[in-house]
Design a protein around this ligand. Structure first.
Ligand code: SAJ
Length: 415
């Protein structure tokens, strides 16, 4: 089959390559010239475990281009970022993709939207653009992606998926395509339900992380270690409390709940959860201020810019929020992330990032940070805040560090 993948990001590129490896002729389209150039030179535009190997297996059936051509199937996997003012999905990229498909669409083609959108977007926004072409017989489905960065290639193949069809025939046709590479189950429904289900999944996770964060805040007030308490509560067969942290990042969980809220006047808990998760950055600042109290011209080092462990993805990262609130207090902030270089230009190698530092703030639970030897770190003041509870605190204290752990009301402190 000739398949066009529009959007060659964290989801579109792996998906395009899996389809190409399976024998389809895949045209990858993106508006970013550097992405197209890199791919045509065999260079991956971002890191994802297994991606290079997959590319080598798929490259004979894959071509990257800035321009869309006629294909049998068009899959849209473009970003739908949050329009911060409106607190809803910015559909500019979806609109551009749909309009470019409209220029080449022919009778019998199929269009699939994978991008996350607010419920109703397919019916009220995308399908009408395609219908205005005058093409009468085309299939349309919404098949929201479910793969998690860091494990994208496995999850893209193994996870169950939801397919929402414009009509039953569309759902069935999309099912036939996805079943060529997905080992998980495929569940068919209508387009709007599929859009809603995707938002429910990420909202569920956001609310549960907010609950863990609220437990962390309460623990600090009542002198309990939330990490121990959660472990004990999770011994109950029907309880699975998630982990507290400096807030929620990523392209989905911190954003998708808003796409739901904008469609109804009834939501309450979703808004509160978002507020709690965003507030965690301010809470981390409170710990930072305690640690650097009395120090003139303080400088802190944020360890980890990525939004979560072992990925190089910084979208919506809590590290930026913590840095912003700290800078507003006159604190000098530099970053170190073993997986990220360059922009912003205050991302430094470890030694440069920690020299003259008055407090290290671990934001991302990268494995590399767990292996740091505190005895070898030359800082100005030996303070560390562990917002993920991943360090060997005894070892850090032995090396002379004051250690604060988010959510630990017993407060591991002075050595
Ligand atoms: N986090 C916590 N505590 C936890 C778990 C996560 O603070 O217990 C934080 C992480 O550090 C990170 C954020 O939440 O900042 C989100 O990370 P994540 O690993 O939970 O999820 P994402 O955003 O990488 O991917 C999610 C996944 N959705 C769900 O698990 C319901 C993935 O399956 C989706 O495909 C993806 O969103 C998406 O694209 O929608």
């Amino acid at each position: 089959m000739n398949i066009a993948m529009i959007g060659l990001g964290y989801i579109g590129l792996p998906n395009a390559l899996i389809l190409a490896r399976n024998g389809n002729c895949v045209l990858g389209v993106d508006i970013k010239e550097d992405v197209i150039e890199k791919l045509n030179a065999g260079i991956m535009p971002f890191d994802e475990p297994g991606l290079e190997k997959l590319f080598m297996e798929a490259k004979d059936n894959f071509r990257a281009s800035l321009t869309l051509e006629h294909c049998d199937v068009y899959i849209i996997a473009v970003p739908t970022p949050l329009d911060r003012e409106m607190k809803m999905a910015d559909l500019k990229a979806v609109k551009a993709a749909a309009k470019s498909i409209a220029t080449v669409l022919k009778e019998g083609d199929m269009v699939i939207l994978e991008s996350t959108v607010q419920p109703g977007t397919s019916r009220n926004f995308v399908i009408p653009i395609l219908k205005r072409t005058g093409v009468k017989r085309f299939s349309y489905a919404h098949c929201p992606e479910r793969a998690i960065p860091g494990k994208t290639l496995t999850e893209m193949v193994k996870n169950d998926r939801i397919i929402g069809g414009m009509d039953e025939a569309s759902a069935k046709r999309a099912h036939d395509l996805y079943s060529t590479f997905i080992e998980g189950n495929l569940f068919l429904t209508d387009v709007t339900t599929a859009e809603f289900v995707k938002l429910m999944e990420n909202t569920f996770r956001d609310i549960n992380i907010a609950l863990a964060n609220e437990f962390a805040l309460i623990s600090e007030d009542i002198g309990v270690n939330v990490w121990e308490a959660i472990e004990l509560a999770n011994k109950h067969p029907r309880v699975n409390i998630l982990k507290p942290g400096p807030g929620v990042g990523g392209h989905c969980i911190a954003i998708d709940p808003w796409f739901m809220v904008v469609k109804s006047t009834k939501s309450k808990i979703i808004n509160v959860a978002r507020e709690i998760n965003d507030f965690m950055a301010i809470h981390v600042l409170k710990h930072i201020k305690d640690m650097i109290h009395g120090i003139e011209d303080p400088k802190i080092t944020i360890l980890g810019l990525a939004y979560k462990a072992n990925v190089d993805d910084v979208r919506e990262s809590p590290a930026f929020r913590v840095a912003s609130v700290a800078e507003n207090e006159g604190i000098d902030v530099v970053f170190h992330d073993p997986l990220i270089e360059g922009d912003p230009n205050n991302i430094l190698d470890l030694n440069r990032a920690i020299e003259d530092s008055d407090c290290l703030v671990l934001i991302t639970d990268h494995d590399a940070f767990k292996e740091l030897d505190p005895r070898k770190l030359l800082v100005r003041h030996k303070n560390i805040i562990d917002t993920r509870n991943v360090l060997d605190h005894a070892a850090w204290m032995k090396a002379g560090f004051n250690v604060k752990v988010l959510g630990n009301g017993n407060n591991i402190s002075c050595p």
